[in-house]
Design a protein around this ligand. Sequence first.
Ligand SMILES: Nc1ncnc2c1ncn2[C@@H]1O[C@H](COP(=O)(O)OP(=O)(O)OP(=O)(O)O)[C@@H](O)[C@H]1O
Ligand SMILES: [Mg+2]
Length: 364
Amino acid sequence: MATACDQAFRPYAVDTLHGDCRGMTLPPAIRDLAPGRPGLVGDPALEASHLSKRYGDVQAVEDVSFQVARREIFALLGPNGAGKSTTVKMLCTLARPTDGTATVAGFDVRRQPKAVRRRIGLVFQEQTLDDQLTAEENLRFHAVLYRVPKIEVEARIRRVLDLVELADRRRDVVSTFSGGMARRLEIARSMLHTPAVLFLDEPTVGLDPQTRALMWEDVTRLREEAGVTILLTTHYMDEAEYADRIAIIDRGSIVALDTPSNLKAMVSADTVELTTADDPIATARLTAAGFRAKLGTGNVIVFTPNGDSQIARLIDVAGVAVTNVHVHRPSLDDVFLHFTGRQIRADHAEHVLPMRMRARARRR
Ligand SMILES: Nc1ncnc2c1ncn2[C@@H]1O[C@H](COP(=O)(O)OP(=O)(O)OP(=O)(O)O)[C@@H](O)[C@H]1O
Ligand SMILES: [Mg+2]
């Protein structure tokens, strides 16, 4: 029997078919998303195959292929201009691929764009709320656009506001919201028509670390409670680790795709920093013994698998007094460096602050 949660989140697109999919036999991907059956193994929620997009001379996306399983949280991680938003736009039918194909919830983005749009929620990189309206008015407006049955609107508004913990701000005008609250309201709005797949383009950009953490709580709650598949983009290494899998995208191409832990394992070496009584001698001895060692600034840096278990041997081989040892496991920053040869820029957040947020910041 369907639960209250299932009722509130019954995928209305599935049983209220109009337009180009009226009377169609539902593909398995949609059938299996029916109430009470989220997360069944079967067709992927989303599949991109050799997707490319060229804008004039700019090859924004080149030959990108990946699949996202149902209920998966999948991150596209990359720096400015990597092609993240363009990939999202092609999957959401907002940009036409120059080459390649993609399906979302079993529908082809080129041939069945309306069917795709009914099954997706999208939070744009730029804020798109009307900040002169209240939270509730923004949601009601969206409900009309998406033809949510009138009888269900109230329950759904309550449900999505609960999901992002904004129920108490329901009647407040959006211009009084913090950046983080506005972002979370946008996520609530994107869930109102019960999408099968939710796209979040840089949901946490410009937010402080605490608000970013709250946003991630929302995202995981959406997956757990509403059974939605989530594809999000980010340039924050640390938060990409919350995703089930990460595709690292650089200059329009995917350079690595795996779980966060597998990606880190690919960058096999730990970094061991030794502070010694004589760094040049220690470096020379370690190198002669076959270790990958280099002289650092005030220390010796050794790259080795399983750094922890090597400490005693490193101290022994160095043959001088060792006053400090620090073992550094590879982070996603190291993974990005490993696959691209470059560091992801740390000053990115300021650069990509949505226009309205920047305007607000200037007004202050
Ligand atoms: N409408 C457009 N017309 C021309 N070039 C575009 C257009 N949209 C994107 N581009 C270019 O395509 C490339 C990829 O842009 P995209 O917005 O997909 O990157 P991104 O990874 O989302 O970057 P950011 O992190 O800054 O949001 C960039 O070189 C960008 O200038
Ligand atoms: Mg972008």
